[in-house]
Ligand binder design. Structure first.
Ligand code: GRF
Length: 218
């Protein structure tokens, strides 16, 4: 058998703009891998249309049809594994995963989160950042560990918070940097350049300046 390109599976729940950023990066040659499948827990996820437009197989595993988290996660694993991905990417996937699932994909499960972790884990990050009065906010891509929104940080990007920001505007500013750092982290991963040492992610054995990516100043 000839060598196949690395494959990734992307999990989504909704809009899918991060999925689209991944598809664009694959297309543009920035990620040397193929998206083998897109899986959604939500049959109405708008992002499924992006996968279809790119001729990527889609799967729907509706969590509402499973009696508990464990059986949903087992079905999810079963489907993911049929595609033998080297990485599984959570791109706006809004379900909490069981430790058994996370263990199964240990070291190859990546998540994008809309805050500068460890600040603002969980939901409603933009409103909480505004309420806290922070001057900087941002996004994080990290390896997933059983603790929600924890795990070794691969890359972060910061954005400024302005006095007249509302949550919607701030979310859009953060989303723009998510679209840059998620493909970058996937690229590093599939190129085999990431190692984790004492809970810290190294790129090519060291700290890459882009891991603390800042957007260009205006
Ligand atoms: C992103 O902000 C992601 O970080 C968060 O949910 C949003 C999903 O957006 N978990 P999209 O579906 O990729 O457009």
């Amino acid at each position: 058998m000839t060598d196949r390109r690395a494959g990734i599976v992307v999990l989504i729940s909704g809009r899918g703009s991060n999925l689209q950023a991944i598809i664009d990066a694959v297309r543009g040659g920035d990620i040397p891998a193929d998206v083998r499948a897109v899986i959604s827990n939500n049959p109405d996820a708008a992002g499924l249309a992006y996968a279809k437009a790119a001729s990527i197989p889609t799967e729907i595993i509706d969590h509402r049809t499973y009696s508990d988290r464990a059986s949903f996660d087992r079905a999810l694993m079963h489907t993911i594994d049929r595609y033998s991905p080297s990485a599984v990417v959570l791109a706006g996937f809004m379900r909490i995963l069981t430790p058994a699932f996370i263990e199964h994909y240990r070291g190859r499960l990546l998540n994008v989160h809309p805050s500068l972790l460890p600040a603002f884990a969980g939901l409603n990050t933009h409103a909480r950042a505004l309420a806290a009065g922070v001057q900087e906010h941002g996004a994080t891509v990290h390896f997933v560990t059983p603790e929600v929104d924890s795990g070794p940080i691969i890359v972060q990007a910061r954005v400024p918070v302005f006095p007249d920001d509302d949550a919607k505007g701030l979310a859009a500013r953060v989303l723009a940097v998510e679209h840059r750092i998620l493909p970058l982290a996937i690229r590093w991963f599939v190129e085999g350049r990431l190692t984790v040492q004492d809970g810290r992610v190294l790129v090519d054995g060291g700290i890459d300046p882009r891991q603390g990516l800042r957007p260009p100043t205006a």
